[in-house]
Design a protein around this ligand. Structure first.
Ligand SMILES: Cc1cc2nc3c(=O)[nH]c(=O)nc-3n(C[C@H](O)[C@H](O)[C@H](O)COP(=O)(O)OP(=O)(O)OC[C@H]3O[C@@H](n4cnc5c(N)ncnc54)[C@H](O)[C@@H]3O)c2cc1C
Length: 386
């Protein structure tokens, strides 16, 4: 088993490039984007020029062909300074581009994947509805055939990347019939953002991820053409589950990056801040907490790399991706809490970066499978009769 976890030259270079880019072009603006809810489109375009928006996609489709380990490294570096930028990239690549690469026709890949991989556009995936998130069989958005096209009706909730100036399409799950008593036939459709009857609503007011675009989407007699279905009719659940496996590796990498950012802020502060005549790092209550955090970050990162390496080698990673996301997202919440405690009163001030990390961490335990659903997935893979 090759599990040295030694980055190769290309991966090291990518990590360094993104560290520099994140420090120079993102970190100085992150607080302001967060405060004003500004979607940083020019930064996303620049990440496209660096190849980040197409890292795991083949060169033939505008990508870099670098694999999921590189993608995880990139997301870690971005989330280390700004989770909103990281989730914009993660959602476009994992939820927007990856299903088109895996299930799209050649024409769909050329039309939707190539500009996305170059960072000229971003993509979205809409499964969640106002009445349903974890229970994907509870879908109520419908699609019916009409002439040579399809008509969609329904509402999607909490969808990332659907309403920005870069947004180009939203892959949408919809019921197209019945598979048997009480079992919906679910299909997926690539809905262009300029489709007739498609209406992204105003951005939500969220607890965190303020610079990431999240909206409710209304489909009212939304007409899409004959080439809109992604994969064959009834394959929606398969498309969705495959999308989640890679998506969860990305969210897990974001958890590692956010925790790493919290750790670095805390180490700096612990060495600078004095109490009772010494830097607070001198007190083991502080230094042991940070030492343990470092060990837990290393463990979560190893889980992310394991899932990414297995996926790159073509293996099914349902359990490994769920485990990586479960551990890394819960760790991110813990790390933000530790960072705030170590910073004391200053950590509660918006002037420090800590409240932003704190607000951005929690969603990682909810999106793309809550922690409870991830445990359900792992339990099933273990053969438990859940
Ligand atoms: C900022 C943000 C961005 C998002 N982006 C997207 C996106 O781009 N695309 C998209 O489709 N969705 C998106 N979502 C939606 C997200 O994936 C869902 O919120 C998530 O899957 C949980 O679904 P829910 O909110 O309906 O919660 P529910 O499914 O209603 O769950 C509520 C609670 O019940 C628990 N629960 C439910 N079922 C079980 C069970 N069987 N056993 C144990 N516990 C259970 C859950 O773990 C949770 O704690 C986003 C959400 C947010 C907040």
């Amino acid at each position: 088993m090759d599990f040295a976890l030694e980055l190769n030259g290309e991966q090291r270079a990518l990590k360094e490039t993104l560290r520099e880019f994140a420090e120079a072009e993102i970190a100085p603006h992150a607080a302001e984007w967060d405060r004003s809810g500004t979607f940083p489109a020019p930064t996303i375009r620049k990440l496209g020029e660096l190849g980040v928006m197409g890292l795991p996609f083949p060169e033939a489709y505008g990508g870099v062909g670098a694999g999921l380990i590189s993608f995880a490294l990139a997301l870690e570096e971005l989330a280390r300074v700004d989770s909103s930028v990281a989730i914009t990239v993660a959602a476009s690549v994992s939820l927007g581009g990856a299903p088109i690469l895996a299930f799209g026709t050649e024409a769909q890949k050329q039309r939707w994947l190539v500009p996305l991989a170059r960072g000229e556009t971003i993509g979205a995936f809409a499964s969640t509805e106002p009445g349903m998130g974890s229970d994907v069989q509870g879908l109520s958005t419908s699609a019916r055939q009409d002439g040579d096209g399809w008509i969609l009706n329904g509402t999607k909730a909490y969808i990332t990347n659907a309403g920005t100036e870069l947004s180009s399409f939203v892959t949408t799950t919809a019921v197209t019939g019945e598979r048997g008593p009480g079992r919906a036939e679910v299909s997926t459709f690539i809905v262009p953002v300029d489709a007739q009857g498609f209406a992204p609503q105003r951005p939500y007011e969220k607890m965190g991820w303020h610079a990431s675009d999240t909206r409710e989407l209304v489909y009212q007699d939304c007409r899409v053409p004959a080439d809109a279905p992604l994969a064959e009719r009834g394959a929606g659940a398969r498309v969705f589950l495959a999308t989640l496996d890679t998506g969860r590796i990305g969210v897990a990498a974001m958890g590692v990056g956010l925790a790493q950012g919290c750790l670095e802020h805390s180490v700096r502060w612990a060495n600078e801040r004095c109490a009772f005549g010494h830097p607070i790092a001198k007190y083991q209550a502080v230094s042991f907490e940070l030492a343990e955090l470092k060990a837990r970050i290393d463990a979560a990162r190893a889980l992310v790399f394991r899932a990414a390496a297995l996926r790159d080698a073509g293996h099914k990673v349902t359990e490994q991706a769920a485990a990586a996301k479960l551990m890394a997202s819960e760790l991110a919440v813990h790390a933000a809490n530790v960072a705030m405690q170590v910073h004391g009163g200053y950590g509660y001030m918006e002037e420090s970066a800590i409240p932003r990390y704190y607000r951005d961490a929690k969603i990682l335990t909810i999106g793309e499978g809550t922690s409870e659903i991830l445990k359900l997935v792992i339990a099933r893979e273990m053969g438990l009769a859940v």
